[in-house]
Design a protein around this ligand. Structure first.
Ligand code: NAD
Length: 281
């Protein structure tokens, strides 16, 4: 029977630990503040923003909310980011994606001070991860590492395969597994013989963005499978990139969807907010 890696439970533990840390910081007169910027009213983004604010409230992080109309110009948004960069009482700045089509996402994200970039998307933080320096790490892959570590799964020396090479999941995931001394292979849409490569994995991290694509024939007997994907199927049910029903019986451990990687992303965002105080100190 596969161990089911409970992301809900692990994320709740992390949030409890952070709540305690923040309360200690408060008693020393240190407050943690996150500025959350949303442009437009995309319903999915509004849900994410609400959940982030709720998590801040639970942990004791002050959140400042900037809800800008869809028609906001890029210059106005850059101006707000610059002001928040300069404010000593703001530790983290988060711009909810996607942005409206008249904005250049890269330019906006690059404008956030690397010391306040709690999403870990700034090239300086990505570069820091690459060369093993301190900096913010993208929240979803950082959450995967926590799931593995807190479930007692050793990474060092293991054959790790990542499916997907996006800047926010696949690439930082590979770098983090490498930092933990895994032997890492990154696969993508142009990989030949994908099944042959994934079947070597002791730890398989799937971030392919295709509902239930990874079936049992991609997975080695006894592998650990981490499913980053999240989709709503034709019947309205949530599912991942992994075909859980066929893959779970073959694994030693697996994350479910929902309740696996998903809840970890916000927990790690909160962790980055708390850590930002140290980085800025
Ligand atoms: P993306 O679309 O940017 O990247 C997908 C990657 O998969 C690409 O690098 C592509 O090369 C690769 N790919 C596509 N088809 C392939 C194929 N047939 N074989 C091998 N590789 C293939 O997606 P993303 O932003 O990295 O997200 C991946 C998944 O994770 C999505 O389902 C997304 O919804 C989910 N996600 C979840 C969270 C979370 O908090 N749980 C956060 C971010 C993303």
């Amino acid at each position: 029977m596969a161990q089911i890696i409970d992301g809900k439970l692990i994320s709740a533990q992390i949030k409890e630990e952070l709540k305690e840390k923040v309360s200690k910081m408060k008693s020393l007169g240190v407050e943690v503040t996150l500025a959350v910027i949303q442009v437009g009213a995309d319903p999915a983004s509004s849900v994410y923003v609400r959940n982030k604010k709720k998590a801040c409230e639970f942990i004791g992080i002050r959140s400042l909310s900037y809800e800008l109309p869809e028609g906001t110009s890029q210059e106005e948004l850059l101006d707000l980011i610059n002001k928040l960069n300069e404010r000593a009482d703001v530790n983290g700045i988060l711009v909810q994606l996607p942005l409206p089509s008249h904005m250049e996402e890269e330019k906006i994200l690059d404008a956030i001070s690397p010391l306040k970039d709690v999403d870990g998307f700034h090239p300086q933080n990505v570069g820091a991860l690459c060369i093993g320096k301190q900096g913010f790490v993208s929240c979803t892959p950082a959450g995967v590492i926590q799931l593995l570590k807190r479930s007692g799964i050793e990474i060092a020396g293991k054959e790790c395969v990542v499916i997907g090479r996006s800047n926010i999941v696949g690439k930082p995931m590979a770098l983090l597994l490498l930092r933990e001394n895994g032997t890492v292979t990154v696969t993508h849409s142009r990989t030949k013989e994908l099944k042959a490569v994934t079947s070597r994995a002791d730890i398989l991290v799937v971030a392919v963005g295709k509902p239930r694509m990874i079936t049992e024939d991609y997975v080695k007997e006894g592998a650990v499978v981490i499913d980053v994907g999240i989709h709503r199927d034709s019947e309205g049910h949530l599912c991942g990139d992994v075909d859980y029903e066929s893959v779970a019986p073959k694994c030693s451990a697996i994350t479910p969807v929902p309740g696996g990687v998903g809840p970890m992303t916000i927990a790690m965002l909160m962790n980055n907010c708390v850590e930002s105080v140290k980085l800025q100190g």
